[in-house]
Design a protein around this ligand. Structure first.
Ligand code: PLP
Length: 388
């Protein structure tokens, strides 16, 4: 039998998913492993959301919907984008996708021809570069510097651009660094995109998880960006709905009319009763989301204080998301992969090596505080003991 396509064979497995599997194997073999590598909120999905989906199931609302998604959900997304984000997108230019992840994939497939380059500031989420390759594109890292607090600068963006660059893919607040774009970085990004006539794919899935009273800055609301930005978001992080697989893409009508074709020919639509859950989530109580964020905020301080107390480790306070990105280069355990392997083997703690998020993540590891607080405490205690 002949081999599979080079496009797929050339893409590595997701480092975070592989780690998830390895933790499972170690546990099955009787090892005690504290896992702070995942990105799953430990909260239950809201009762109002569950009730709405269950009611839909009992009602027999179990068939295909329009590819773009339920009109009521698209209207809620459009209203949310206007109210919270200052983005004007008609409900017809919102496509409800089975996860933000699929939305990102559809966005890249829609924008990139084979060989087209997409600038990806790193460290950034593990799947961006793989997705770009899967659609035949070429991801080009704009490596942000940890010494500079992973700030987005014009210089580093310009260093990654070429005649083939079609788009730039940004994530704010950022997984794994915990940084959220500030006004200056947002201005730099907007000017860069306009100057090179690039599309922007803006992954804003952690929008709700911001601390210290920060306000989220949406790329599509920046000068010159509405006509070139696809905003991707979803329910996984904001509403603790990772298993529901529900998200959306919103952007300029001409692009969305193309993107919906990807949806039509691949997945048809997001789950019908799942979308009913999404309607309940977006029209439900805001305290539900705020309560989770308060809890993340408390854990954030525990994690960062604990990390900074470890010899040779330092960590800045995340501005958003539920990840701490710690500089472990002084811990004497090698690079990020060396440290992660040591942590798993000698301390029984699963962390994610920073290099999984791009070359800019070398020297760092990511700890998630979406895990319950006692798990977070135990992870820190084990690391402290093992580092002696
Ligand atoms: N974007 C980022 C930056 C993420 O960290 C994740 C999940 O870890 C996603 C997108 C995926 O979201 P969804 O569960 O909606 O596919």
């Amino acid at each position: 039998v002949r081999g599979v396509s080079g496009r797929v064979a050339g893409v590595g497995r997701s480092a975070t998913v592989s780690l998830f599997d390895l933790v499972g194997e170690l546990r099955a073999a009787g090892r005690s492993v504290v896992d702070v590598s995942g990105g799953q909120p430990d909260f239950a999905t809201g009762e109002h959301v569950v009730t709405a989906a269950v009611a839909a199931l009992h009602e027999g609302f179990t068939h295909y919907t329009a590819s773009r998604g339920l009109p009521e959900l698209r209207e809620l997304v459009s209203a949310k984008l206007l109210a919270d984000n200052g983005i004007e997108v008609a409900p017809t230019d919102v496509v409800i996708t089975p996860s933000a992840k699929h939305g990102l994939y559809a966005a890249l497939l829609t924008l990139l021809d084979p060989g087209d380059e997409v600038v990806v500031p790193t460290p950034s989420w593990v799947s961006y570069q793989a997705m770009a390759r899967l659609v035949g594109g070429v991801p080009v890292e704009a490596e942000l510097s940890g010494a500079n607090g992973f700030r987005l600068t014009r210089e580093v963006l310009e260093g990654a651009v070429s005649g083939r660059t079609k788009a730039v893919l940004v994530n704010t607040p950022n997984n794994p660094t915990g940084r959220a774009l500030d006004a200056e970085e947002a201005r730099v990004l907007a000017e860069f995109a306009v100057a090179h006539d690039l599309y922007v794919v803006a992954d804003e899935i952690y929008e709700a998880v911001l601390f210290d009273g920060r306000r989220h800055l949406s790329v599509a609301a920046l000068p010159g960006c509405a006509e070139r930005t696809l905003t991707v978001n979803g329910f996984s992080k904001s509403h603790a709905m990772t298993g529901w697989r529900l998200g959306w893409v919103a952007g300029p009508g001409a692009v969305m009319a193309e993107l919906v074709k990807v949806q039509e020919h691949t997945v048809s639509c997001a789950g019908s009763f799942v979308q009913r859950g999404g309607i309940a989530a977006l029209s439900g109580p805001e305290e539900y989301v705020a309560g989770m964020v308060e809890s993340y905020d408390r854990r954030r301080r525990v994690v960062v204080d604990g990390l900074n107390a470890l010899p040779g480790v330092s960590c800045a306070l995340p501005e958003g998301t539920f990840y701490a990105f710690a500089d472990i280069s002084g811990a004497g355990k090698g690079g990020s992969v060396g440290f992660a392997e040591w942590a798993l083997r000698d301390a029984g703690v699963a962390v994610t090596p920073g290099v999984a998020f791009g070359a800019g993540g070398e020297g760092y590891v990511r700890l998630s505080f979406a895990a319950p607080v006692d798990v977070v405490h135990e992870a820190l205690a084990r690391l402290a003991r093992a580092l002696g």
